[in-house]
Unconditional design. Sequence first.
Length: 159
Amino acid sequence: EGDIILSFNDQSIDLSSDLPHLVGRARPDTEARLEIVRDGERKHLDVTIGRLAEPESEQRVSSQTVPEPSRVGLQVEPLPENVRERLGTDGVRVTAVSGPAAEAGIRRGDVITRLNNREISSIEVFNTVVDELPPGRSVPVLILRGETPTFLPLRVPEE
């Protein structure tokens, strides 16, 4: 978390959207070389490409689901205990996406673990953080898609 990936197998990563395509073309169980910036220092890492986990079957929506999309276009539900244990983190699961959240690339089923650099541990925390987001600015949101963490920029609409 927080590393900046500069290259994948000697291919430059200019946009964060470049990386998934390169990784997707790599065969599972093969080695890849990454150049990253971690804590301000350039480093090289050798990694083994894994297999993408199958998506978890859809579960019924909890009664605690936010009834209307938030001002950033998200409906969320509490993270079920079994998912929280499997992922080793707290967060909320996205049940519906529209507007700014859809434009940011957030999808139904994603797990939001951080929003505007604040940990999201419950729907109540999520709602509080959303209410405090600065209008007209982009804020970072950390999602887990499958078990892959990804930072996305979320543009908060003007009031």
